[in-house]
Design a protein around this ligand. Structure first.
Ligand code: ATP
Ligand code: MG
Length: 262
């Protein structure tokens, strides 16, 4: 059965859109069909991160105005045929109504295994519109106090919407800093948020470079972390990628010293 999952955060810039693309590609790589819906109206981003901005002909606004069919607006990922993007409208004044989005997502659910709704930052109308289309929610946060504080607000808001599932993703983790107690660990963040972690994603040059180089091989750590996260999502497991493994023990301590001196 198809799942419509909103990816939200409260705080901006914590990695929602990058996470949607990484997750979409990881699931598509398993043979699942995935649609990503960019609901950041006016500030479209997913097309840029997927490096398909030149392939966008129609967007959500055109779907709303019946200038095209929904299927005509879908843009395929360059590497995964079974991953498609529904772009949001560009520029000012091309607003998209909640009803348009709800209809589009429910139609996508009949054609795709997973529909991820990439939410804009904040908790205003854009948040409301994105959350209304979804049955489940993933809150993305980084291990920084301001991001965790906003994630907590969003968790409470989402809880009041009675979603089928609610979890969070801890993004941009630096294991070396977690070990030296300079960064919050997944256990500490889970305690604050009070919802289960779906996964942990390390700070990664490859994720950071997505929009400049398009599709790119992920490093070993990010690939493993994504694999564990996908297993949790698809099979309902509750495993957490052992992100500090590389930095424990004698050689791990050496790696930490080297990393902090770079
Ligand atoms: N795991 C990661 N490692 C390194 N860089 C990352 C990671 N995740 C995201 N980034 C970087 O963080 C920045 C913000 O990411 P992104 O645009 O995905 O965030 P967002 O939450 O969607 O932002 P907005 O709220 O504006 O929509 C980008 O430069 C992206 O490359
Ligand atoms: Mg975004």
């Amino acid at each position: 059965m198809s799942r419509a999952i909103v990816v939200t955060s409260g705080k901006g810039g914590v990695g929602k859109s990058s996470f949607c693309v990484c997750l979409g590609r990881a699931l598509a790589g398993r043979g699942l069909s995935v649609a990503l819906v960019d609901t950041d109206v006016g500030l479209n981003n997913l097309d840029v991160i997927m490096a398909v901005e030149n392939s966008v002909v129609y967007d959500l606004y055109d779907v709303q105005n019946a200038s095209c069919r929904l299927s005509q607006a879908l843009v395929p990922d360059p590497d995964y045929e079974n991953l498609k993007l529904l772009p949001s409208s560009k520029g000012y004044g091309k607003d998209v109504q909640t009803q348009t989005l709800v209809k589009a997502v429910s139609s996508l659910k009949t054609r795709f295994d997973y529909v991820f709704i990439d939410c804009p930052a904040g908790v205003d109308a854009g948040f409301d519109r994105a959350v209304k289309c979804a049955d489940e929610a993933i809150v993305v946060t980084t291990p920084h106090v301001s991001a965790i504080k906003d994630a907590k607000v969003v968790v409470e808001l989402v809880k009041s919407r009675k979603m089928k599932r609610l979890s969070y993703v801890l993004n941009r983790v630096r294991p070396d800093l977690v070990i030296s107690s300079q960064m919050a660990s997944v256990e500490e963040v889970t305690d604050v948020l009070g919802v289960p972690p779906l996964g942990v994603l390390p700070e990664s040059d490859e994720v950071n470079g997505l929009s400049s180089v398009g599709s790119m091989e992920m490093n070993k750590e990010t690939s493993e972390a994504l694999k564990v996260l996908c297993d949790n999502l698809v099979f309902g497991k509750n495993e957490i990628y052992d992100y500090t493994r590389k930095y424990r023990g004698f050689f791990g301590a050496l790696r930490r010293v080297i990393k902090t001196r770079i």
